[in-house]
Design a protein around this ligand. Structure first.
Ligand SMILES: Cc1ncc(C[n+]2csc(CCOP(=O)(O)OP(=O)(O)O)c2C)c(N)n1
Ligand SMILES: [Mg+2]
Length: 654
């Protein structure tokens, strides 16, 4: 690269710095250090390597750029404005971090087209990037050059300290995701100060140990940056580029220090920094010549996209690819009734995890872009089916290894990349290991299906470490997440059907390890759609027995027992409390009944207080489980017909 070009890049990079300083000063909050430090790297990336077209931001074969160090959001926003994304005007930069702006504190998926995924919780972006690179690899096998792009991820010291990064690095190295390029903002500073106080990792050695290609460069030297990128794009392994940078670059008094990480430079220091970088003093002004240099990049992007479009037009795979990328609703046909009729005729007792597998066999024939997997519990979660492929042109199953957090973060990446409906399994108790990613699936409105089996003390002898207690209320508390706990094979099918039609809501399926009887006789309509319904109605009832999952069959036994004592009751099944709660008051009251409500769920009771009154009863488990046979445990925790009935009788007599 000649001197002139380097100079041009320097001006372009300093424009990012100027806008970042101004936006943080104006908001009087934010993180200037990271954009000041990484703008040189980002300038080379966007001007020479990244494949993108700001006027067609949804182009499916674009490179993906992820700012895993999401606190440096001004880097992305400044770039979005400079390269000319229509939705990121200068006014957006001026309203950085303000309510209603598209330039939120951390990048939020859906606010700006340039935001490929929501980042901020450190390390998540890296796992998302792994998912995107995985998506590309699978689609590339199927569609060749039509899907052929890189995934670039900027991480900081923080991302690489997070546990999820280890899972992500290990998985990506094993999968040889060679189009994944990680740019490490190697500034040796985090919030508490120098990383000398927290970290002794040799990152290159660490990544190399997991089958990565690694490099170390001066992150302020355009030639070194460019050469490293060139090398990375030819690698047969994923690449880590440690970019030695100075946090808060250009600030005379704060560069290299943690004080530049997460607070405005302050007006005096901002002025000094701008002077030091030869920037115009006036805020939010980028000289025409520099702005034109940035804006001219789109010509290359446009050409690239147009060439791709010609290739697409002439390709025999065009239709298939477009179909793969499209989000389509599932419409019931006769097959559904045959399938459900078959269940109703032939299945007596079945674990809902097994019902889920059978349902998947059905849906996988109808929906081509499901991509399944499990975090090393395939045989327990029953997520693999006869048409699951690990190799070849139609990969649709991933062994994520014992990496629940990566699995969940990667599923977010697969989903936002487009082309897939990801589902992945582990035990419900280990949903804690997936939690922040689940939260982000919900926040990003992604269709992802979490298959969480072994959903209660019903799993038995593995004991309290493996028995979920507080998990259902915790998951139900996440906004925009549907948590299903189906009671039998029919409800399991219905839960999957709703999940597959929920295009902007992720789903948790909490499934039993133990066999459950088939309770549903009617199957013409999807009764789970309203979240809950009366399963067995008895006129003039005195009691509503309200249960979910495995306890609905317990409720059924209780109902029959009570009937022998001439006490009539309704049996209510609530497979999805989230959907049920969204119904109108009249419906909810009708289903729950106005007599004594008896809630039964082998879980923490926290979910239910909203639905009971003073005289009602809740049977649940508000302590840790025990190791023992499932049958013994249900008895020990008071969840048997006899024990529940005794309490109901005592209540009625009052
Ligand atoms: C999971 C998570 N934990 C903590 C934080 C709070 N946090 C934001 S940035 C940061 C330090 C990050 O250091 P580094 O990645 O080196 O960023 P730099 O200071 O270099 O910009 C922390 C702890 C967070 N955003 N996410
Ligand atoms: Mg740092």
């Amino acid at each position: 690269m000649n001197k002139l070009e380097q100079e041009k890049l320097q001006y372009m990079s300093n424009a990012i710095r100027g806008l970042s300083i101004d936006a943080v000063e104006r908001a009087n909050s934010g993180h200037p250090g990271m954009p000041l430090g990484m703008s040189d790297v980002a300038t080379v990336l966007f001007s020479k390597y990244l494949k993108f077209d700001p006027h067609n931001p949804d182009w499916l074969n674009r490179d993906r750029f992820v700012l895993s160090a999401g606190h440096g959001s001004m880097l992305l926003y400044a770039l979005s404005y400079l390269v000319g994304y229509k939705d990121c005007s200068l006014n957006q930069l001026k309203s950085f971090r303000q309510l209603g702006s598209k330039t939120a504190g951390h990048p939020e998926y859906g606010l700006l087209k340039s935001i490929e995924t929501t980042t901020g919780p450190l390390g998540q972006g890296l796992a998302n990037g792994v998912g995107m690179a995985l998506a590309e690899k699978i689609l590339n096998k199927k569609y060749g050059k039509l899907v052929d792009h890189k995934t670039w991820v900027i991480v900081g010291d923080g991302c690489l300290m997070e546990g999820i990064s280890q899972e992500a690095i290990s998985f990506a190295g094993h999968q040889k995701l060679n189009k994944l390029i990680v740019l490490f903002d190697d500034n040796k500073i985090s919030i508490d100060g120098s990383t000398d106080i927290t970290c002794s990792d040799d990152q290159e050695k660490r990544f190399r140990a997991s089958n990565w290609n690694t490099m170390k460069i001066d992150g302020h030297n355009f030639n070194e940056i460019s050469n490293a990128f060139k090398q990375a794009t030819r690698s047969s392994k994923p690449t880590l580029i440690c970019c030695k940078t100075v946090i808060g670059y250009g600030s005379p008094n704060k560069s290299g220090k943690e004080s530049s990480h997460g607070a405005p430079l302050g007006s005096i220091e901002a002025k000094l920094t701008k002077e030091n970088l030869n920037l115009i003093e006036k805020n939010f002004v980028v000289p025409d010549k520099i702005l034109n240099n940035w804006r001219s990049l789109k010509t290359k992007g446009k050409k690239n996209r147009e060439n791709w479009e010609i290739r697409l037009k002439n390709s025999q795979l065009r239709k298939d690819l477009l179909k793969q990328m499209k989000k389509r609703k599932f419409e019931r046909s006769k097959d559904v009734f045959f399938f459900l009729e078959n269940i109703s005729k032939n299945i007596k007792n079945e674990a809902t995890r097994k019902s889920s597998q059978n349902t998947l066999e059905f849906f996988n024939k109808k929906i081509e872009n499901l991509i399944g997997g499990s975090a090393d519990l395939t045989g327990s979660n029953l997520t693999k089916i006869s048409s699951s492929n690990l190799h070849g042109k139609n990969i649709n199953y991933i062994h994520y290894g014992v990496r629940e957090h990566l699995m969940s973060g990667a599923m977010n990446g697969l989903a936002v990349h487009g082309g897939f409906i990801p589902y992945g399994g582990t035990f419900l108790v280990f949903s804690d290991y997936c939690k922040n990613s689940i939260r982000l699936s919900a926040m990003m409105k992604q269709q992802i299906i979490y298959v969480f089996t072994h959903d209660s003390i019903g799993l038995g002898e593995d004991g309290p470490t493996h028995q979920p207690i507080e998990h259902l209320p915790g998951l139900r508390a996440i906004p925009n997440l549907n948590v299903f706990r189906p009671c039998d094979a029919i409800e399991t099918f219905e839960a999957w059907e709703i999940a597959l039609n929920s295009k902007s809501t992720p789903t948790v399926l909490a499934l039993s390890r133990q066999n459950l009887p088939l309770l549903r006789k009617k199957f013409k309509n999807n009764l789970s759609m309203k979240g809950g319904y009366i399963l067995e109605e008895q006129k003039n009832n005195k009691i509503s027995l309200i249960a979910t999952g495995s306890e609905v069959s317990l409720g059924y036994e209780i109902q029959n027992y009570l009937l022998k004592k001439k006490i009539k009751s309704n049996l209510v099944s609530i497979p999805c409390l989230d959907l049920f709660d969204q119904q109108d008051k009249k419906y909810k009251e009708k289903v729950l009944g106005n007599q004594i409500r008896v809630i039964i769920e082998a879980s923490s009771t926290q979910s239910w207080y909203k639905f009971v009154r003073e005289n009602d009863l809740i049977f649940g488990i508000d302590k840790f489980g025990e190791s023992g046979k499932a049958e013994d445990l249900f008895d020990y925790f008071g969840l048997t017909t006899e024990k529940v009935v005794n309490k109901i009788m005592a209540k009625i007599k009052l």
